[in-house]
Each structure stands twice: as C-alpha cells, then as structure tokens.
Write a protein that binds this ligand. Structure first.
Ligand code: PEP
Ligand code: MG
Length: 880
C-alpha cells in the first residue's frame, strides 16, 4: 500500500506483520496530503476523530498517555513519500513534551538530564521546522545553536553532553524566549496543537525547495504527496545501554554481502543521519552489545528473505531492547546494484529477469567510470583519508559552497565540493560537482546516500581535514589548500590527494581494451553476466554512433551490433582534411569543388575501409555529408590566412566567400541533403568512397563481409531523397562494374523533419530504411534550437512546462508521436522497412523504453551508452 501509506509507512506495517519489533503508531495517508494542499492547508473532516482514536490505541499498547504528567507518551512525526526522498522533508521527535510532561519523563526514567535534553531537542526541532526559527544564510549560525553556544560558554563546557539538568532547564527557558522573540508566538503546551502543527509542517515540507529539486532530478511527480507516520518514541539516548544506528543488509558501496552499517551509543537517530558525530562501524556492536548485535543480524537476514532486496534500515536500542524504525530498499552504487543482483540470483533469492529489471539502466555506466591512473598516483601527495562513500576517482578545483560549485561548473571547470558536513541544501552543488568531500559524517549520512545515487564520487567523514568557510581554506596535516586549488579524491578507498591526479579507465574498459585479463576482474565478469541476461530478453537492436575505427571497436566490445550513424562530416575535422573540406565548401564553381573533392576522396575511402574492417560484417549506416556550414567556415583571421595560403588565394577572397555563405539560421539552412542536391558531385564522391572501400575489403586477401547502408540527411520532400538515391545507385553500378564485385547495400533516409514523418508513406517508396534523427526532429518540432535552448529550458523545467530536457529525454507526446506516425506510415508502404533512431535519445533509458513501445528495430547511441541501452531495452521488453 505504498501509494497510500508512503514507502516508510507501508514497510513499517509490513515489518510489524512479519513479527519484527516496531514501535506502535499510525500513518496519515498521502491522500490527506493532497487534500491538505488543495484545501488551503486544512484537514478532511473526520480525521481528528480517527487521529484521537489511534492515539488512544497507542496509549493502550504502550501503557503511556499523551501529554501525561506521570507517564507521557512521546511521538515521532516523520514524512514518507511513495518513493524515498532521503532527508528532503521534515521530521519532529519527542513530540508531546511540555512543561508538565517533562517532569513525568524525568521521574519515570529517574534521569532528569535525559528528560530535559529531550525537551530542549524537541523545542529546537519544532521551533525550527514548524515555527520557522532558523537563519537564512548558510554562513550564519542557527539561532538555537547560538543560544546553546552562549550558555556553554557561560558554563565553561565544551560538549553539549556536559550541560547539567539545571543548565538544560535554563536552556529551555532561553529557547522559549527565543521562539517568542523570533515568531511573536508562545511555544505550544497543548500536545494535540503540537501534533497538528507537526503534521502540517511535514505536509508543507513536501513543497520545500530541496524536495522540489530532488523530485525534479528523480522524476517524482509533484502530485504524489507524502504520508505522515506518527509513532511512539523509543530512545537511543537513555544512557550506555542504548544506541541508535543505520545499517544495510549488504555493502551499498560495492555490493559485498557483509553486514554494513554504523551506530552511536547514547544518541538519537538524527545524530547518525545528520552526520554530526562520526559513528562506529556495526561490527564493533558485537563487542559493545553482543545480544543486540546478534538480534540485528537475524533481522538483517529476515528482511532480505522477506523483501528479496538489499535493505537499508534504521534501528534503536532502548535499554538493551531492539526496535526497528524503518526499512527500505537500499540505495546503492551502480557497481553495488550489479553485484547484489548477480549474487542474489546465485543465492536463488531472485531470478535473472528480476535482476535485469532491478538494476537502473543508467547505473551500469558507473562500471565504466574512470579510476586514478595508478602510475600517476604514486607521485601524488596523499593528505588524508576519509570514508569511501561513492566509488570512482574525481579531480577538480576546491569549492566550499553549492553556489560556487554551480558557478564554476557552468564554465566547464570541474569542482570538488568540500563541506564540513553536507545538508540537503547542498543538493544543487552536489549535482554540479565531480565529487564531494566532507570532514564529518558517516557513510549513511545524507551526503553519502545522495552522492551514491547520483553516481558521484564521495569521500566523507575525513576527520583529518579542517575546512574553514570564512577563510576559504582546507588543511590536512601540513597541507594547506585554498579555494580554487586542485584536489583529488578516491571514493573507493577514501584517499584524498592534493593536486590534480590523472584518471584511468575502469576495470571493464581495461578488460575491453585487452589490458586486463577477464579472469582477473570480478567486476568485468558481473558486467558480462548482466549484459548476457539483458541480451536474452531485449527485442530492440543496439547500434552505435561512431565515426572512427577506434570508437567502433570500443562500441563493439561494449555490445554494439552495428553502426547506426557515421557522421561523415566528423571525418573531416583533423589535419589537412579540414582545409580541403573548407575548400569544397567555399568553392564558387563546380571545377573548384571537384578539385577539392578529389583530394577528399582518398581520405574518405581509407576511413570507410577502416570502419568496415572494424565492424567486420556488421551493418554500417553511413550518412552523407550534413555540415551546418557555420561549423566549418573559418571564423578568425588567422584561420582565414592559413586557408588562403593553402588555396593560393588572398585572405580577402576567403573573407568575401565566407560572407557570401553567411546564414542567419544555419541549422535551418544549406545543410543536409540540400547540399547534395545543390552539388551532386559531393554525393557522388561520398558514394564512390563508400563503394570503393566496400570493394577493397570484399576483395582483400582475407575478405570481410560488408553491408553499407547509405543514409540521406534532412529529407522533407520525397523528391529530395529520390534525386540523391539516383546518384547513389548510379555510382554503385559504376564501382561494382569497374571492380567486378557485387556489393549488398541499402539506401535510406533520416527522418528528422516533421514533414518527413508525415510524408513517410511516400518517402518509404524510395527509402529502404528510416533512421529517426531525434535531435533535429526535436529542434524542428518544438522550434527550439538544439544549440541554445539552455537559456530558458531550466525555467521551463521549474515551471513544469516540459518536465525533462527534450533534447535528452524524448518528448513522447509531441516528437514521440511523430516517430510513431513515421514508423506506421513507413511500414504501410514497405512492410519490412528497417526502423532505427540515432539521435542522442538512443542512449537515454526512458527514451529507449519509448522506442521499444513504438516498435522500432534498433536504437543507436554513443559507445559508452551502449550497455545502458542494452539494459534499458531488456527492461522495456520485460515491462511489456
Ligand atoms: C539528429 O538530428 O538526431 C541526428 C542524429 O543528426 P545530427 O545530430 O548529426 O544532426
Ligand atoms: Mg540531424
């Protein structure tokens, strides 16, 4: 019932059902949240009666009474959405304390210090979250902390724990004065007023800024709402026989099957999660509280057997009695997701279909992330070590605030966000950074959880690192660094280095490059296992966008079944070629153009020969030239002078021709097939290069099969395609005749203009295949430039006009429908027409799933995205 009860509420109920020790409580549903938001923050009628009944039930179960002078029932009020949003919403603990009930608690526990500490924590939390007593400047101290610090100074103590019960009573007085001064209101004594205040605040926190950012990042619908869980408090801070902790049933960083977690003796849950005190590893609990450790280990096994997934749970030990406060599917790194899924299949907990469905397709790419170059690492200066919280290697410039991280990353500079401890407010900065380093907090602090999920490199709890926000410095031992200096962190080992350290490819990449034996890499073996399972289930083919033999080889090693797009203009970026290419573009007559083309032909032929060899008989889609002219024209004087020299003309002539070719909208200009139609000799040269290369590999000593698919770009009108295809067929016959070989080939077109999708029925008369160019199709359908939409797209996302960047994730309702129309109409004419997509969307899991549903034959994406597409395609097949 997670839709109604939220993840936390549903799993609390489930744990209670399977006999785990859960403190009694009740859940106010997500429906109430939706009602609350839609009805000016009011509650549905009848709710109050139900809440009071539920409290009475809890009173019976616990033998305590809400607001009682003698034996008060204290409550925890926690949020819980359908999908977990760690730390993004508010929590209130110790609710039900007031000037009366605190005395009851003191008497009952025989521990006045404890009772007053609970009370002051409650005022602090409630004052902050419900009444808004908080600073709005990240460099300013929180008002409650300031009052506390002042009292500690007066009493000449260092730790909070050194304050006596009397000190705490004084602190409570001052806290209440602060609340009155800050808000003009008195702190509520009525426990039901407290309860409704807290419930309203938790519902309200669904719409706080960080929760909204989080939902945007993880595509959680705003209309879901959160549930509120009201539970009897249990205390991990009742002395040395009490503790609290967070644990995982397996290691969330690398997936190893070990009991993993941390705890603090004599503390409340918030202390662990907020990362204020650095907790101890769970193994140590076996010495400190052997009975509880044993019980926990049994719980760990029971949880996995029941939920059949790695769990992340919170527990509290109150005076040697264990309570489970929460469980949920644990967030994990990409590596851990793969390992846990593989090993759970081996353990027969799940089958391989579940394994394939469960690994987020995106996460497979984290197996392909770089690690530090070990040779360079030897010379690097290690300055400290922290806890390894998010694997991978990252290097970048030190920044101390989220804002600064965003600022420099927008300029393309890599940032490492360094914070004493991160709070959810830092989310924006974490997204913008390469890696995150904190000097405090454990591996289950929010920083660590969120970083892992984002696949960010993260080192946390580095006690040896001293961060000074005011001076913008970071020191460790005798190393003193400042903002803007380079730092490198290893999220797999926890090591921190001063300076920039080069990174090296992942183990998987090293195996694929033949530098590491497969048998030596468990990671690689798991990667292969998952990929084989994925291939078993997927229906979509996966090809790659590659323009060089190296890229093609890498893509094939990663599982590409062909080239879906070779952008031939990319073959002209280097060396002399760019000049010949420019000569061709700037030619004023056919003779000049042919002269330039003649020089380009051998390069093209050689390139295609290389590609065909690398692809060894797999289909290769070669797209005819599609250079938006502005990308190729010489822009600055120096380049113009160089070009003039090469061409033996004056720089002025070059400038004149550049001026003549200037277009206001080059993306909509003389590009794509328009170029080949104006200058058929360009198409002819390219076709010749393709067929001659094909003849070369077919006639080689060791012949290689070759299957070119020649693709015409930017077609909108049937006749455009027809004119180009005539040239291709003519050249094909000429080459085959001259070389005495038969070459199997196809001609087809890109569908990247709305008109082409609409006229697909007619276009398919000539085209033997379609490849949807969703980059241009998005650009032309939405009328948004693919090069400069950055100015308004973020706002569009914020306003929910377009939930995702349409150039990254396909706009299913608009552009997607054109793809469907194109596919349908193409098939109406040519039943077996081959349909693919080669825009950037081919490597985006959500889009891949859409293309599966649209019935395409394959997606084509950049080489590193091939495994992601394979996995997403399998998931799409399993989902349907
Ligand atoms: C496209 O438009 O989607 C495409 C693949 O072509 P290009 O990105 O080269 O314009
Ligand atoms: Mg295009």
């Amino acid at each position: 019932m997670r839709e109604l009860l939220g993840g936390k509420g549903a799993n609390l109920a489930e744990m209670a059902r399977i006999g785990l020790p859960v403190p009694p409580g009740f859940t106010i549903t997500t429906d109430v949240c939706t009602y609350f938001t839609a009805n000016k923050k009011s509650f549905p009628s009848g709710m109050d009666k139900q809440v009071r009944q539920a409290v009475v039930t809890m009173e019976k179960q616990t033998g305590k009474k809400f607001g009682d002078l003698k034996n008060p029932l204290l409550l925890s009020i926690r949020s819980g959405a359908r999908d977990s949003m760690p730390g993004m919403m508010d929590t209130i603990l110790n609710l039900g304390l007031n000037d009366n009930s605190v005395k009851g608690l003191a008497e009952l526990t025989g521990n006045a210090r404890f009772a007053y500490d609970c009370y002051r924590r409650f005022i602090q939390m409630y004052g902050d979250v419900v009444m808004g007593v908080q600073s709005h400047d990240e460099h300013e101290e929180e008002p409650f902390e300031e009052v506390m610090a002042k009292l500690k100074k007066e009493r000449k103590v260092v730790e909070d724990n050194d304050l006596t019960a009397e000190d705490l009573q004084e602190l409570i007085k001052r806290y209440k004065t602060l609340v009155k001064k800050f808000t003009g209101k008195t702190f509520p004594e009525d426990v039901y007023e407290q309860l409704y205040g807290a419930v309203s605040a938790v519902f309200g926190s669904w719409d706080n800024e960080r929760a909204i950012i989080y939902r945007q990042k993880y595509n959680i619908p705003h209309e879901w709402g959160t549930a509120v869980n009201v539970q009897a408090m249990v205390f991990g801070n009742m002395g040395d026989t009490s503790a609290t902790g967070v644990a995982f049933t397996r290691d969330p960083a690398n997936g190893e099957k070990v009991f993993y977690g941390e705890y603090l003796i004599n503390a409340q849950g918030e202390d662990v999660v907020a990362g204020v005190r650095t907790p101890k590893p769970i193994a140590q609990l076996a010495d400190e509280m052997p009975k509880s450790h044993k019980e926990l280990d049994a719980v760990r096994k029971k949880l996995e057997r029941h939920f059949k997934d790695m769990q992340d749970f919170e527990f509290t030990i109150e005076d040697n009695k264990l309570y489970m406060l929460q469980t949920r599917n644990g967030k994990r790194t990409g590596l851990a997701a793969v390992r846990i899924a593989c090993e759970m299949v081996n353990e027969k907990l799940i089958n391989n279909k579940t394994a394939v469905s469960r690994i987020p397709a995106e996460s497979i790419s984290s197996l392909l992330v770089p690690v530090f170059d070990t040779t360079k690492l030897k010379n690097a200066k290690k300055i400290s070590t922290g806890l390894p919280a998010g694997p991978g290697a990252a290097t970048g410039k030190i920044v101390f605030s989220a804002a600064r991280a965003e600022e420099i990353s927008a300029k393309g500079i890599k940032a490492i966000l360094c914070r004493v401890e991160t709070s959810p407010e830092d989310l924006r900065g974490m997204i913008a950074s390469e890696g995150i380093l904190t000097s405090r907090g454990g591996v289950s602090s929010h920083a660590a959880l969120v970083a892992r999920q984002m696949g960010k490199v993260c080192v946390c709890g580095a006690n040896g690192v001293v961060i000074n926000y005011a001076r913008k410095t970071l020191s460790a031992g005798n190393a003193h660094l400042k903002e803007g200096d380079y730092i490198s962190i290893d999220g797999t080992t926890g090591d921190i280095f001063a300076g920039q350290v080069d990174t090296a490819p992942s183990e998987v990449n090293q195996v694929l490059a033949g530098k590491l034996k497969p048998a030596k890499s468990y990671t690689y073996q798991m990667f292969e296992t998952i990929m084989q399972w994925a291939d078993k289930y997927r229906k979509l083919g996966v090809r790659t966008n590659a323009d060089t033999p190296e890229q093609s080889q890498m893509a094939v090693a990663l599982g590409a079944e062909g080239i879906g797009l070779c952008r031939t203009e990319h073959m002209f970026f280097e060396g002399d070629r760019i000049n010949y290419m420019r000569q061709m573009i700037l030619a004023t007559n056919t003779k000049e153009r042919k002269a330039a083309l003649k020089k380009l032909l051998p390069y093209q032929r050689k390139d295609f020969t290389g590609l065909f060899k690398a692809m060894a008989g797999r289909p290769v889609t070669v797209r005819l030239l599609d250079p938006p002219l502005h990308e190729f024209l010489p822009h600055d004087d120096a380049t113009r002078r160089d070009l003039a020299e090469v061409l033996g003309v004056s720089p002025e002539i070059i400038s004149e021709r550049v001026k003549a070719l200037h277009e206001e909208n080059p993306m909509l200009g003389h590009r794509g097939c328009r170029l080949g139609i104006s200058y058929p000799e360009v198409t002819e040269m390219q076709a010749r290069a393709i067929f001659e290369a094909a003849a070369t590999v077919l006639k080689a000593k060791k012949p290689i099969d070759v299957f070119p698919e020649i693709m015409v770009p930017l077609v909108g009108f049937e006749k455009e395609l027809k004119l180009q295809v005539d040239v291709i067929h003519r050249v094909a016959s000429e080459v085959m005749e001259a070389k005495g070989v038969k070459i199997k080939y196809m001609v087809g077109t890109m569908i990247e203009i709305p008109r082409a999708a609409i006229r697909a029925e007619k276009i398919a008369e000539t085209a033997e295949f379609f490849s949807f160019g969703t980059n241009d199709l998005t650009q032309t359908t939405l009328g948004m430039s693919r090069d400069d939409s950055g100015t308004f797209l973020p706002l569009y996302k914020d306003l929910d006009i377009i939930p995702q960047n349409p150039f990254a994730t396909i706009d299913q309702a608009g552009v997607g429908e054109l793809v469907q129309i194109g596919a349908e109409r193409g098939r109406a004419t040519r039943k077996n027409i081959k349909l693919g997509i080669c825009g950037e969307h081919g490597g985006d899991p959500t889009s891949v799933k859409f293309f599966h549903k649209a019935g395409l034959n394959y997606v084509s994406c950049s080489p590193p995205r091939v495994p992601v597409a394979r996995l997403a395609a399998a998931q799409a097949a399993l989902e349907s």
